[in-house]
Design a protein around this ligand. Structure first.
Ligand SMILES: Nc1ncnc2c1ncn2[C@@H]1O[C@H](COP(=O)(O)OP(=O)(O)OP(=O)(O)O)[C@@H](O)[C@H]1O
Ligand SMILES: Nc1ncnc2c1ncn2[C@@H]1O[C@H](COP(=O)(O)O)[C@@H](O)[C@H]1O
Length: 193
């Protein structure tokens, strides 16, 4: 199973990715979680990324490439993965394509019968804002949420067409009870493992 979780901030990507990854015994790889860990550890990358994250901007593409490559090449990613929050720009998607197709790019690129799917969770803006304000992460304040939604529309939403054109898009209504969304995802993705 090779899954990319897309959708705006607050759509439930992390919630659903974590549940399904546990169910399918594959890693849930969240670039947001990796970056937040780097910020806490005050690594070089964390220090460079923090101001972008605090403002609700995307961290520059070139800062994401190495961490994604390194994580995808870890042994636990050989049987599949759920990638949450990456790719988030067209250049990141192009980089990721190349990473998966590179000979010697690691077992995760072998695609042994597991075609890549990109899941989009669709949720209206007013619901997203309410969810994020009650989640209460450091970047879940009204001003940053508005900016993250705008950045999503400008830079990430174009990936929906990108994956639809390649017939890899799985679109799911995320504005339902969590269990209903999980059931719908399982149904939509069944036969894919
Ligand atoms: N179907 C749902 N119904 C109600 N609340 C939900 C649902 N799915 C997730 N939530 C809640 O909404 C908040 C955001 O969910 P989550 O962190 O999974 O979103 P996300 O898409 O990963 O967001 P981000 O991109 O900002 O990290 C969390 O508090 C979560 O518990
Ligand atoms: N793929 C990414 N490209 C650029 N910036 C990213 C990426 N993934 C995460 N970020 C930054 O981290 C925060 C939080 O991400 P979540 O996925 O919402 O946890 C995001 O606003 C970006 O600044």
């Amino acid at each position: 199973m090779q899954l990319i979780f897309m959708g705006p901030p607050g759509a439930g990507k992390g919630t659903q990715a974590q549940l399904l990854a546990a169910l399918w015994k594959i890693p849930h790889i969240s670039t947001g979680d990796i970056l937040r860990a780097c910020v806490v550890a005050k690594t070089d990358l964390g220090q460079k990324a923090q101001s972008y994250m605090d403002r609700g901007e995307l961290v520059p593409d070139e800062l994401l490439m190495d961490i994604v490559k390194e994580r995808m090449n870890q042994p636990d990613a050989s049987a599949g993965w759920i990638l949450d929050g990456f790719p988030r720009t067209v250049p990141q998607a192009a980089f990721f394509d190349k990473l998966l197709s590179d000979v010697g790019g690691g077992a995760s690129s072998s695609g042994k019968g597991c075609e890549l799917k990109a899941v989009n969770l669709d949720v209206p803006d007013n619901v997203l804002v309410a969810r994020l304000l009650s989640r209460g992460r450091q970047d879940d304040n009204e001003q940053t949420i508005r900016r993250r939604l705008q950045v999503y529309r400008e830079q990430t939403a174009p990936l929906i067409e990108f994956y639809r054109n390649r017939e890899q898009l799985v679109a799911v209504d995320g504005d339902r009870q969590m269990q209903e969304v999980t059931a719908e995802l399982q149904k939509a993705l069944s036969g894919d493992s």
